[in-house]
Design a protein around this ligand. Sequence first.
Ligand SMILES: [Zn+2]
Length: 190
Amino acid sequence: MKDVEERAEAVLAGLPSYVWDGERLPVPVEDIANSGFGLLVRDVEDLGTAPGAPVLRDGQSLSGLLLPARGEIWVNAAEARQWPPRRRFTIGHELGHWVMHRTGQQALFCRRSKVDETVTLPARDSAAATSGTAVARDIEEEASAFAAALLMPQWLFVREHARCDGDVATLCAAFGSSIAATERRIASLF
Ligand SMILES: [Zn+2]
């Protein structure tokens, strides 16, 4: 968890001040993807039209995907309309894949259930101890943890949490995050 948190902090720290000044909320995640990483964010009605998209079973849907060869992040347009904080989280999740998991040109397709706003990463050591071997970390969980850390930077979250006495609605409004993601962040930081 700590290394993912550090990766997100490093991304934020490395941004030119015209993209983000380290203070302004909510964190401008689309600008960061675009100006910081040269990634175009598209809202697309049917993510299944993406090149190489997997065939989904009934009830499954994609929340987002990353097309490294094109330098594009696609987000589920219907979800984005219905839940704007969800759109921000999905962009953060795909940016996490770009920063941490990109291997060449291979596209990454993220099912709705995998873009999890309530994820908690098991500690690397405890997972390894249980199985007796080194466990490959789940890249979907890592990408979601990255999104939470990017959208709700620890130092700002702690400060705002103190200012509003931990009021979840105030924090959601400040960080542009969902209730679920905000509550998860509170639980992980306090
Ligand atoms: Zn993903």
